[in-house]
Write a protein that binds this ligand. Structure first.
Ligand SMILES: C=CC1=C(C)c2cc3[nH]c(cc4nc(cc5[nH]c(cc1n2)c(C)c5CCC(=O)O)C(CCC(=O)O)=C4C)c(C)c3C=C
Ligand SMILES: [Fe+2]
Ligand SMILES: [Fe+2]
Length: 342
């Protein structure tokens, strides 16, 4: 029994079990039927997701997952496991670290069952998203709370809600960037996973998102405003890297349709090219592990478009994965959370 130990649960989005059409279909079905991801009325969501989006998307997504897949499987999954192992060593034996995915496997419901059966009384949930969003952190927290209730568990829960401005996180990402010589590049893009504009409006209860100045500072209400926190992460990273305002741009990638957060990364990249910036370095600080959206979308797809249009170099900065500076950051975040009273 582990009465005096605290369980730490790392949770990320998840990947399909294999890069085959059936597995990708199951993954997209679980992911996109989540009402916090596609937040439309039930019937409209079911119809749109299951009869339009998935049938139209699944073939291409499978092709991309085949390109992404390695001998060790999906990067998002194997990097998450490597993080878990290294964090366990760092935290030693007062904590036991688990890893689960919001969608597909390892299944968070099964991992919570293990945590309960092993007698843990305290759980620190660590959603692996630097910036809070309803489609990532919120859905993870709600799912874990619901599952703990369903299993009649009295485990005490704490959550690391976000860490977009944590100085160690900023340092760790900057260190990844410093592996490249910044002087070799004409411009830097900070590319974040986008959100539907509707989600942005949800985090702007009193004002239209378009009228909000959260690009410049975190507004009063704004700690849960994804756009505000993306820009805040960028300002801190730019400062750490000594970048001048005119030498970097924030943009958003991975849109499902045109009503997503702008500017779009691919448009920014081509606009910079027109301005004569032929060598671009891209950071993706919404992701702590490399995944489909970094390796394939930026590293392959955007890079190819950039080169075809006359660019010379588009370089993706690797994510934090299991880098020592990031493992140290994770340990600090866990210990800080553990030191707040349960
Ligand atoms: C910052 C993290 C993420 C946010 C915010 C996010 C929002 C979001 N995503 C979709 C739809 C898809 N995302 C997909 C892949 C994917 N998304 C994230 C992270 C965030 N998503 C990651 C890390 C990944 C990669 C997973 C991997 O296996 O490597 C996919 C699947 C791939 C594809 O078919 O393109 C979809 C679909 C929505 C709708 C959304 C916000 C509403
Ligand atoms: Fe996504
Ligand atoms: Fe805002």
């Amino acid at each position: 029994m582990n009465n005096d130990k605290t369980a730490v649960l790392l949770m990320n989005v998840g990947s399909p079990d294999e890069p085959e059409i059936g597995a990708v279909w199951r993954y997209l079905t679980e992911f996109l039927n989540d009402k916090r991801v596609i937040d439309l009325p039930w019937l409209l969501r079911k119809f749109l997701v299951n009869f339009i989006i998935i049938p139209f998307r699944v073939k291409n997504s499978t092709r991309l997952y085949k390109l992404l897949w390695t001998e060790k499987g999906s990067p998002l999954i194997f990097h998450s496991f490597e993080m878990k192992q290294k964090l366990q060593i760092k935290l030693e034996d007062k904590f036991e670290v688990f890893v689960a995915m919001r969608y597909q496997n390892p299944d968070y419901k099964r991992i919570i069952c293990q945590i309960r059966e092993q007698g843990f009384k305290k759980l620190i949930l660590f959603p692996l998203y630097p910036q809070y969003a309803q489609s990532t952190t919120e859905t993870t927290v709600v799912a874990v709370k619901q599952e703990l209730e369903r299993q009649n568990s009295n485990i005490e829960l704490k959550v690391i809600n976000q860490f977009y401005d944590n100085p160690q996180f900023i340092q760790a990402f900057a260190e990844q960037g410093r592996k490249y010589n910044l002087a070799d590049y004409d411009h830097v893009i900070f590319s974040y996973h986008g959100l539907p504009n509707r989600h942005l409006e949800n985090s702007h209860p009193d004002i239209k998102a378009t009228q909000c100045s959260c690009q410049n500072s975190i507004p009063e209400y704004g700690k849960n405003c994804y756009r505000a926190t993306c820009y805040a992460t960028t300002r801190l990273l730019a400062k750490e890297l000594g970048l001048k305002k005119e030498n970097y741009t924030v943009s958003f990638q991975s849109r499902l349709d045109k009503n997503w957060m702008e500017p779009f990364t691919d448009n920014v990249m081509l606009q910079k090219l027109q301005e004569g910036k032929k060598r671009i370095l891209v950071f993706a600080p919404a992701f702590v592990t490399d995944c489909l959206e970094t390796i394939i979308e930026i590293g392959d797809e955007y890079r190819e478009i950039f080169l075809e249009n006359g660019g010379e170099k588009l370089q993706l900065v690797e994510s934090l994965n299991a880098e020592p500076a990031w493992i140290d950051t994770m340990a600090t975040l866990v210990l800080e959370e553990a030191n707040k009273s349960f």
